[in-house]
Design a protein around this ligand. Structure first.
Ligand code: GLV
Length: 371
């Protein structure tokens, strides 16, 4: 049967992936409350649609950090795309380019950032950074991203240590032979062997800088210049303001897909708090602070809620991996087409010819009837 929802893509992906790979992508931290909370939270809002609006030519065009995109649905950084399909990150970046969207390459990619860039020359792309204890190495990653033509650096701030994903611990998660964290090969001759849970958790524990803090953020922004620095992993209004005060150009509301701190708030709720704290950007991000969000967005209708709540753009992670597992580059294209078709239809039904109109009092908290 043809997949017609992201859940359908996930079902196909589950059949194609090894149990270890599927569990790695699917899991959240601990009891997975935040993983589920993220997804449910989008449904706790209602779309107060308008009628008799000309929606015959809907436009999803948007702009993030000065780059024009055909859609506000962008691709979040996720690790290890070659676990999902042998074409890995090259397939993902090509599908992103074909869809007119932006791909954020992960530090933990199984394809080097240079090869990702070369797979879709000229396509908009950002580089996601983990700050390593080895600051020289961290600076080299930034220099490589600049040289390869990336348009922004996204620093992930919610991972001083890796959250505990129980399935990975049970499975003893490790990259299969032949797959490498290609951006990190120069620091990899480290012993990741062990029998205490996931290999990735051991990597993070030994290499990530858990001391990285506000006093370092300005230096990081300076090192990234002239590229803008996006701060990812924000869940509170005061942290968003602080990030801007320390050199961030944009805020990315995220709890790492529910994979880090369990019982963290949903990203929908965090988005409302952050937008309140930093103010709303105009349509297409042409004024004010750009705020992005990821976490639990499984349909174009969820995306419309996020945009209505003030997000400049939304990012999807797992849905892309399900598409990649389903059919490589073509599978990622199908997922992006599905999400965008859902967004367009929801906009038309809501009386929104463009994204600016979606920001105009469309979304309100849904009050459940009480008896
Ligand atoms: C990597 O960033 C992960 O969440 O596994």
């Amino acid at each position: 049967m043809r997949p017609v929802t992201i859940d359908d893509f996930e079902a196909v992906a589950r059949e194609r992936l090894s149990p270890m790979a599927y569990d790695y992508y699917r899991s959240g931290a601990d009891e997975e409350h935040t993983l589920h909370r993220n997804r449910e939270a989008w449904t706790e809002y209602a779309l107060h649609y308008r009628v008799l609006v000309d929606v015959s030519a809907p436009s999803t065009a948007t702009r993030v950090l000065g780059t024009d995109l055909a859609t506000p649905i962008l691709i979040a950084p996720t690790a290890y795309h070659k676990l999902a399909h042998p074409d890995g990150e090259r397939a993902t970046t090509r599908a992103a380019a074909a869809a007119g969207t932006l791909y954020v390459a992960s530090t933990l990619a199984t394809t080097s950032l240079e090869h990702v860039a070369a797979a879709a020359p000229g396509a908009p792309k950002w580089f996601q950074l983990y700050v390593h204890k080895d600051r020289e190495f961290t600076l080299r990653l930034i220099a490589r991203a600049k040289a390869a033509g990336y348009g922004a650096v996204v620093v992930t701030c919610d991972t001083p240590v890796l959250g505990r994903r129980c399935a990975d611990v049970r499975n003893g998660f490790a990259l299969p032979d032949g797959l490498l964290m290609e951006n990190l090969v120069e620091v990899i001759p480290l012993d990741l062997q062990g029998d205490d849970g996931s290999e990735l958790a051991r990597y993070v524990a030994s290499r990530h800088d858990a001391a990285f803090s506000w006093s370092d953020l300005r230096d990081l922004a300076d090192a990234c210049a002239p590229l803008p620095l996006v701060v990812k992993g924000i869940a509170r209004g005061d942290d968003a303001r602080r990030a801007l005060d320390h050199g961030a150009r944009a805020i990315w509301v995220s709890n790492h897909g529910g994979r880090q701190l369990d019982l963290a708030p949903s990203t929908a709720d965090a988005l409302v708090e952050v937008v309140d704290a930093v103010g709303r950007a105009g349509a297409g991000g042409d004024a004010g602070t750009e705020v992005y969000v990821d976490g639990g967005i499984r349909s174009g209708t969820h995306a419309l809620v996020a945009l209505g709540l003030g997000a400049t753009a939304v990012f999807v992670g797992r849905p892309i991996l399900w598409g990649l597992a389903e059919g490589g580059e073509a599978g990622v294209k199908r997922v992006l087409e599905l999400l965008n078709a859902e967004l367009v239809r929801a906009m038309q039904l809501a009386g929104c010819p463009d994204l600016a109109s979606a920001r105009d009092d469309l979304v309100r908290r849904h009050r459940r009837a009480t008896r």
